[in-house]
Design a protein around this ligand. Structure first.
Ligand SMILES: Cc1cc2nc3c(=O)[nH]c(=O)nc-3n(C[C@H](O)[C@H](O)[C@H](O)COP(=O)(O)O)c2cc1C
Length: 248
């Protein structure tokens, strides 16, 4: 059975995972809650967003923890510029000694909206093309195609990733919560690393944030602010939001 393992805070990578499952069958597993049962898995696909031209820390940890010998594919979703994230993922998997067959990537709407958001019509255009793009990747995986990337001649990105990943755990220091918060605890539930605790009805942020922005985008009252400013929010409209973070 194909095991499709994903990380996703706003649904783009889940959308891809679900689309791949239509063609490849198998099960979908959410990386942060995966319990390690690989017994029935004979092909693996990891679906992950790109963070700062590399991968989110929970995905890096997951790949580093893998002890499997089945064919592996990685599919990345990125919002605007993936840099050499594909090569980053390839290197990580090969260093781990995994049977990596290929890394693919596809553009999805940007969810790093803390500074600026792309216009809605632009996002809609990307979403329109997404099913076909995901299906094309699924076909390549189904055919067993292999893809090996050579090292980029110029690497302008690794340094940025190395620097940013060191700061992600402090991102939540810039979050504040407005009076619109009703203490529903959704932020606590959606945080992939247990970094939020609702105390006396108010979310408290710890120091292990992985910068996924799930709490920020998915707050039903839009009560979480970054640097006290109201910025754009995003949830992939093609997935059922309740399924983000679930297995299927
Ligand atoms: C912390 C962070 C860093 C990001 N860095 C990049 C990046 O370097 N390049 C890019 O194209 N998109 C970047 N993005 C956007 C996401 O990769 C993109 O929107 C992705 O599809 C989100 O997937 P998800 O909805 O499954 O979480 C970043 C998003 C976050 C939250």
């Amino acid at each position: 059975m194909t095991g499709i393992f994903y990380f996703s805070s706003t649904g783009n990578s889940l959308f891809i995972a679900e689309r791949l499952q239509r063609k490849l069958g198998g099960c979908i597993r959410y990386i942060p809650t995966f319990d390690g049962g690989f017994a029935d898995i004979d092909r693996m696909v990891i679906v992950s967003p790109v963070y700062s031209f590399g991968l989110p820390l929970p995905v890096v940890d997951f790949i580093r923890s893998l002890r499997v010998s089945v064919p592996l594919y990685v599919v990345l979703s990125y919002g605007g510029m993936a840099g050499n994230a594909e090569y980053f993922a390839q290197k990580l998997c090969l260093e781990r000694g995994l049977d990596l067959r290929g890394v693919y990537s596809m553009k999805m709407p940007e969810n790093f909206t803390l500074v600026m958001s792309p216009p809605k019509f632009y996002q809609s255009g990307i979403l329109k093309k997404a099913p076909r793009a995901a299906d094309a990747i699924a076909d390549r995986i189904a055919r067993g195609e292999t893809r090996r990337l050579s090292a980029p001649k110029k690497d302008r990105w690794s340094g940025i990733y190395a620097k940013n990943r060191l700061n992600w755990h402090t991102l939540a220091e810039s979050f504040s919560v407005t009076n619109d918060c009703v203490g529903c605890r959704k932020c606590e539930r959606v945080c992939p690393v247990g970094n939020i605790a609702v105390v006396a009805g108010m979310p408290m942020f710890g120091d292990k944030c992985v910068a996924c922005l799930g709490c920020y985008h998915r707050c039903p009252k839009n009560a979480i602010r970054y640097k006290k400013k109201k910025k754009g929010r995003y949830i992939n409209p093609l997935v059922d939001e309740d399924r983000i973070g679930r297995d299927e």
